[in-house]
Design a protein around this ligand. Sequence first.
Ligand code: SAH
Length: 267
Amino acid sequence: MYAEVAMKPRRCNPPQSLAWFLTMFVLFPHTFSSSQQGMAETTNERSREDSPELSETRAARERMVQEQMVVRGIRDPRVLEALRKVPRHRFVPPEMQALAYQDSPFPIGLGQTISQPYVVAFMTEALELKPSDRVLEIGTGSGYQAAVLSVLAREVYSIEILEQLGKEAEARLKQMGYANVRVRIGNGYNGWPEAAPFDAIIVTAAPSDVPPTLVAQLRPGGRMVVPVGRWFQDLIRLRRTVKGVERESLLPVSFVPMVLDGERVPK
Ligand code: SAH
């Protein structure tokens, strides 16, 4: 399995995991007592915000935002607000919920991972989203990144190649009221041509080169963030301009490889 982590040197000490867990357990025991808690309650934005379960974990998210994001330079207030809102613990497996606000990726089954929160924040900020934007995500995974995008953009299209993960994420997002997200099972390498062009594209599995089909589905002015490489990757931002495509290297990262035609990208 591949850990998905930002390789940038840390500018802060990460939370000490055991101490953090014990503190949270003492402060919010109900949050960790049942994997299903909260799953039946919400169908829209308002009830997501009002639920008692959320108020218990809000402090954990605020701490995550301050200690993992703000100190490392994430500045966009809309992005920080989205990360405060989306209940990440509901996107991780039940046995991992107590650790959901830690500074790390987690296994979500089938050899895949939910991204480290900082990487989600970094990539989301790099997309420079406006509320009117339409976004394509490749690699739905747990649906967490899609939920964050859903708060910030008008429409989110997300493609997952593993049917089981994609169906679970689709049901989870629907049940939680993220109504502007559409999930499709398929190979994201080919994008979503019927819904193109997109204002932004985020790729959360690593191809060895930038997929040209995806670049073609960016509208002029559109941004794409994609981890490119093999074991470790450069997070690249492409910006489509009238003159062509600008390319910037943003951050060393490590993502699971993008699958091509049912096979792992050769390493
Ligand atoms: N964004 C996810 C994490 C992504 S993990 C989250 O927030 O939880 C990477 C995901 O990309 C995995 O679920 C993997 O199955 C998927 N994936 C890999 N290759 C793919 C491809 N060609 N098309 C679509 N999804 C792909």
